[in-house]
Every structure is written in C-alpha cells, then in structure tokens.
Design a protein. Structure first.
Length: 217
C-alpha cells in the first residue's frame, strides 16, 4: 500500500514539474514572439528616422565574449536582441555568419581598418525605434560599449567615431555622429539621399543657420 502511495506521489510530483516547465517555456516563447512583433512594427513604422539611419555599428576593443558579457550584465534576461526600454535593439553581427560588410564600400572598410588597426570580424549593431529621437540613448550605449576603446560608425559619413568625438559633439565633414537631423533637413526635398550632397548641404546649413551652431550641442 505504501509503495503504491509513494508511486502515485512521485507520478504527481513529476507531472507537476513538467507542467511548470512547459508553461515557463511557453511563456518565454510568447514573450519572444511579442518582442519580435514590436521590433518589426517599430522598424517598419518609423517613418523618416529609421529610413534615414538603418543602424549604428559599434566596434569595441577586446573580445566578442567580453562585449556579450557586458551587455548581459547591464541588460539581464535579454538577448537577440538586447532592448533597453524597447527603444534600442542591440545585436551582434559578424562577417562569417551574419551580414557585416555584406554591402559595405571597400573604401569605407579600409578607413575603418586603418582606424582600429585590423580588420574587424564582428560588431554591435544598434537599431533605433522610430518612437524616440534616440541620440541620448545611443550615446549612452556607445559610451558603455567603448569604455575600453574602439570606434563607432553611422550611415552618414565614413568616419570612424571615437567616444570623445561623439560625446563632445565634434563636427567632421559638416556632420556630427548620428546626425540624422542635419541630413534629413538638407535632403528633405531631394528624393533619394546622396552622401556627397548631404554633407555639402549639411555643412552649409551648419555654417549659416543659427539653430545649428558648432559643435552639435
């Protein structure tokens, strides 16, 4: 009799355990799907902002594993992507299995290599939600990722930006880092943006407009 009772108790305990595990896995799956849906909605619905800046790429000094551990510490229980407050979407992209440099200009890649002293095979990609301006959030994240050195790039200029340049609001070739406002204003009526035209127009805008003094802020 006791053996039968023990067997029933063991069976019920195991059933309860596997039920809990099932619901935890199901909850995480649903959460992941919802986050993915919000990300697609944000990126697809961000008219102008995300269209003008596809991504920021950060190339930290050190090993990839160190950067992953850093992101895990500051954004726990997240990954693929890490997403602070749902405003930034942060992933690791690499050259071998991802899309890093898949459509990159060889000249710009050469500039990046010269700045960091080697050919990078991975980077941190930061996409920005169209719901926010994103400048402060991007600057804060880059300062964290590049605390031990490295550079960051954006879609507006081939220059690899250092943390001091980014945080000081340095202007290079007429643009600051993450300068979507200047390029958006200068190309609003120009159709498809052109890099050279954007730099020229933005430089003129900064030189003549009282709303855009140098440096950027």
């Amino acid at each position: 009799m006791r053996a039968a009772v023990a067997l029933v108790v063991a069976f019920l305990t195991a059933a309860a355990f596997f039920t809990v595990v099932f619901f935890v896995v199901l909850l995480r799956l649903v959460r992941g799907l919802l986050q993915g849906g919000h990300r697609i909605e944000d990126l697809a619905g961000a008219q102008g902002k995300v269209d003008q800046l596809d991504a920021v790429f950060v190339f930290p000094a050190g090993e990839r594993e160190e950067t992953v551990a850093l992101l895990d510490r500051h954004l726990p229980e997240q990954r693929n992507p890490w997403t602070p407050d749902g405003n930034l979407y942060i992933d690791i992209d690499d050259e071998q299995t991802g899309h890093l440099f898949s459509d990159g200009d060889p000249g710009e890649v050469a500039i990046l290599e010269a700045a960091i002293g080697h050919h990078p095979t991975w980077a941190v990609q930061i996409d920005v939600s169209g719901r926010i301006d994103g400048t402060a959030e991007v600057h804060q994240m880059i300062a964290l990722l590049l605390q031990h050195g490295g550079v960051a790039t954006d879609d507006y200029a081939p220059h690899p930006w250092t943390v001091p340049e980014i945080l000081s609001g340095a202007v290079i070739d007429g643009l600051c880092f993450f300068d979507f406002a200047a390029t958006t204003n200068s190309t609003a009526n120009a159709g498809v943006p052109d890099y050279d035209a954007s730099v020229t127009a933005a430089s003129s805008h900064r030189a003549t407009s009282p709303e855009s003094p140098m440096p950027c802020w």
